[in-house]
Write a protein that binds this ligand. Structure first.
Ligand code: NAD
Length: 479
């Protein structure tokens, strides 16, 4: 039972005027698609949102050809300062339409409106503002003679649809490339609203092309011969197959894949802040976050008190309608993802973990999973090794810093980690030994366009954000 009962405070859907069906966005216009159309549904209640045309191989050809024409004729020739104006314009329109985008994203993805309103949409705008600033300063990026790469094929997942789109499109355009982007099949809505924004900003036709579709559309796109750069965010399995297909070609490749981040809490950590950080680390976006702190490593001497306080905090989390402004935890994105979370959590219990979740009523329709704590997890358990991608925290203990580091690094992934301690020297020394692309200290899940993000090992390679994110879209011109 939650400590406080809140009256419903639903955000209105009236701001949205959705079409019944969306085409592909190719050459600056909405066009027909020849793949099987898909319906996007609201994960909160299963209701249909809109139909989306999907791209077959010929549509992919047309989208890439459109990006190539725009690259050759317009975008690669345009002075950086002119490109910057378009990016600033897009950033401002995203801000102007932020409420609408936030409602659409919550509806389509199932995440709480307070996250889309306060995080996803502002972060997307920030990415365009930041990279707009780079567009006329490419010669300061660290290359002798920087040149754009060409046509970028970009494939993104469903967990941060608009934000991932911004992470991909903003640096590509700033560097002078044109793009074909494919959103995930369960969350195409904000990408199509973004296509409208591209029209509103008068971006030259073909600079941005957006095509919906499932895995085969993504495969046709990333394997297309006339693509110069592939940027993929998604699962490690698909990332691996893309790396194989790109090997030996001229394509530049960046992969942002899965993770199994450790949040390490020492017994001298400020306990209330650490509880907040751990809650944010695993329950933000229902835990469907590649860099989620899905493994809690708590120093043995602090275990009982910490778990007690964590449970108390979890009892106050409000699970329910994503469009309610008080909701902390929304719906799981799809039936398939819910089934995966259920299967892995049950496997954890079978292997000996103890599962606990606060009592709370869940809506009858849609896809829901309570925030869950698995205690007594050992490093060999599947829930300590595999990415659950849901609101499930696996708790393990350690005694010494060396043991914490060894356990945190005992994963094939290497995306994120967190360290909580009052002692600065210990924080720095532990952070230095963690094999993760991003280490947060006494905080978690902080993102900024100036700060590079990415992983290594099975979490992928390449960086998004900051100057390194720009370099992924530049090449050294041979003079
Ligand atoms: P997914 O790999 O199934 O799908 C991602 C995208 O790839 C979708 O658009 C999908 O249609 C497309 N796709 C599927 N098969 C393809 C193929 N053979 N060729 C080309 N494209 C293909 O992953 P998902 O279930 O959508 O997303 C969840 C995964 O993404 C998690 O593992 C998560 O950790 C990872 N992720 C990583 C980051 C990061 O920045 N590292 C960010 C978000 C999500």
């Amino acid at each position: 039972m939650s400590f406080l009962e809140y009256a419903p405070a639903p955000e209105s859907r009236a701001i949205l005027s959705l079409r019944d069906s969306y085409g592909l966005f190719v050459g600056g216009e909405f066009t027909d698609g020849h793949g099987d159309p898909l319906d996007s549904i609201s994960p909160a209640d299963g209701s249909r949102i809109a139909a989306f045309a999907t791209a077959d191989a010929a549509d992919v050809d047309a989208a890439v050809a459109s990006a190539r024409r725009a690259y050759d004729k317009v975008w690669s020739r345009m002075p950086g300062a002119e490109r910057a104006k378009y990016l600033f314009r897009i950033a401002r329109i995203v801000q102007e339409r932020s409420r609408e985008l936030a409602v659409a994203e919550s509806l389509d993805n199932g995440k709480p409106i307070k996250e889309t309103r306060d995080f996803d949409v502002p972060t997307a705008a920030a990415w365009f503002f930041y990279y707009a600033g780079w567009a006329d300063k490419l010669e300061y990026a660290g290359l002798k003679h920087p040149r754009s790469v060409g046509v970028a094929a970009q494939v993104i997942p469903w967990n941060f649809p608009l934000m991932m789109l911004a992470w991909k499109i903003a640096p590509a355009l700033a560097a002078g490339n044109t793009v074909v982007l494919k959103p995930a099949q369960t969350t195409p809505l904000t990408a199509m609203l973004f296509a409208e924004i591209v029209q509103q900003a008068d971006l030259p036709a073909g600079v941005v092309n957006i095509i919906a579709g499932a895995g085969e559309t993504g495969k046709a796109l990333v394997e297309h011969d006339d693509v110069d750069k592939v940027a993929f965010t998604g699962s490690t399995a698909v990332g691996r197959s893309i790396a194989r297909s790109a090997a030996g070609t001229r394509k530049k490749l960046t992969l942002e894949l899965g993770g199994k981040g450790a949040n390490i809490v020492f017994d001298d950590a400020p306990i209330d802040q650490a509880v907040e950080g751990v809650v944010n680390g695993i329950f933000f976006n229902q835990g469907q976050v590649c860099c989620a702190g899905s493994r809690l490593l708590i120093q043995e001497s602090a275990h009982d008190e910490f778990v007690e306080r964590l449970k108390r905090r979890m009892e106050t989390l409000r699970v329910g309608d994503p469009l309610d402004k008080n909701t902390d935890i929304g719906a799981i994105n799809s039936a398939a993802q819910l089934a995966r979370i259920e299967e892995l959590t049950a496997a954890g219990v079978n292997e000996g973990a103890v599962s606990w979740a606060p009592e709370c009523s869940l809506p009858d329709e849609g896809f829901w999973f309570r925030p869950t704590l698995l205690t007594g997890v050992s490093t060999s358990h599947r829930v300590a090794r595999e990415e659950i991608f849901g609101p499930v925290l696996s708790v393990m203990t350690f005694r010494t810093p060396a043991e914490a580091i060894a356990k945190a690094n005992n994963t094939p992934y290497g995306l994120s980690a967190g360290v909580w301690s009052d002692k600065g020297s210990r924080v720095l020394s532990v952070a230095d030994k963690l094999r993760a692309g991003v280490v947060w200290t006494n905080t978690f899940n902080k993102f900024d366009p100036t700060s590079p993000f990415g992983g290594y090992r099975e979490s992928g390679y390449g960086r998004e954000g900051g100057r390194p994110g720009l370099l992924s879209y530049l090449t050294e011109e041979k003079k």
